[in-house]
Design a protein around this ligand. Sequence first.
Ligand code: BES
Ligand code: MN
Ligand code: ZN
Length: 511
Amino acid sequence: MELNVRVGKLEAEKSAALALMLPQESANGDLRSTGFIAKTIHAGLITRIYRQKDFAGKLEETAWLYPPEGGAERLLLVGLGVWNHKTPKENEARQNAQLVIGNAVQAARKLAMEDLHLCLDGPLAERLGYRTAAQLAAEALLLANYRFLKYKSNLPNNEKPLRRATLLITDKQHEQEVKEGCRIGQIIGEWTCFARDLQNTPSNDLPPAKLAEIAAVKAAELKISCQIYDEKKLRELGMGALLGVGQGSVNPPRFVVLEYHPANARQENGPIVLVGKGITFDSGGLSIKTAEGMEQMKFDMSGAAVVLATIGAIVQLQLPLHVIGLMPMAENMPSGSAQRPGDIVRTCNGKTIEVADTDAEGRLILADALAYAQRFKPKAVIDLATLTGAIYGALGETAAGLFGNDAGLITRIKKSAERTGERVWEMPLFPEFFDYMKSDVADIRNIASKPSGGGASKGAAFLATFAEGYKWAHLDIANMAHPKEDKPLVPRGGSGYGMRLLVQLCRDWAE
Ligand code: BES
Ligand code: MN
Ligand code: ZN
């Protein structure tokens, strides 16, 4: 989608639709107390619709108005809910603003519109400032407008995405700020959509070697370093766990290392390392999954997709940070050459793992990646992985599971999550979870031998064993990576979850 910023008169700008975001009227029904409506265009018309109670400005309410001819063909009113200088709190205000812009996009698309103008003057800018309002708006427009259409031959008109959106302001004084904010939001929004495209791509078109190649192409465009390790190199490095997972597939595994190290990188104490699980398809291997829902396992590379996209955004935002992305990639398949339950593999730091269940493969490939991360003497390591079905049971599709070995890092991640609305919930790593993973024959087992329950924490405890000597956090995104329900900003399918949170974390770190 093309995104523009325009300075112009609200009543004169031609467009298919102009969206106005309006607050809920105050309890006494006095519209003037909100102060916003009187200042906008067609105040008479808008006051009438409030008076007649056809629209009250409630959060996520929408209404169409048809103004006298001249400027916009339609006005789209979208409700911001209660909205004044202190309610809701800032993070919630940011999220509500984006939600409401998402509603505007969905409403415009239902009428098969090609373009939408969005007025930033008024509540949004007054509360959040023009720069932030523009960033959030650009991001929300792109996120809401996303659809995965690459494999669709035909589309009904009302399923076509918008082609253009314009952020409209009336005073040239704010133009620069709006352009800057828009640029930031556009970078974040476009890279999130890039991650979604990778997630949604079926496994037959995205084997490990192809995913690695896409990372290399992007790295070349971004002018950052990219290394791809093939099977020969993986054997040299001793990544037996990654090789074991990949050995049942005709599509061989890969390990990708991306590095962004700008001359002005701030941190003295090592790079930030982002690690993403890249299982391009998870059949379970010989511990095969049931057929129902197995098609969803194309999304098992979501962690890797989000890490690649996050690094892309960080580079384009030119954050003064040293960042490394590690993406272990494999296809988990049953075959004559597949890894067997009971096999013992050795990771690149020399530890042995009893593969009691070949379907607990994410932690195996992450074990090699986390062990490998040690050589960078990182300031922090954060991994993203669609690791366990158990995180669904614990949290539904509401928040990713957050685990870690450092309270400071966990607090930082929680803050970025609250700021962006990509919710996380801290989960425990009690000592028992480590005990459960003990093996009779190797250093560790990849699944617990007893008792049942606590699956997400057991998986995280396994990972923690390999995240030695540095600050580490793990996000189990299995419940967030491919939601089953459409939301205004996140259509069902690949969500790009984690990307906005990680970019925010890095922006905070760069300050
Ligand atoms: N990729 C799956 C986790 C998953 C499940 C993601 C459902 C999205 C939806 C992972 O590799 C897996 O199979 N985990 C097993 C672990 C078990 C064998 C200990 C699981 O959760 O059942
Ligand atoms: Mn699995
Ligand atoms: Zn998996």
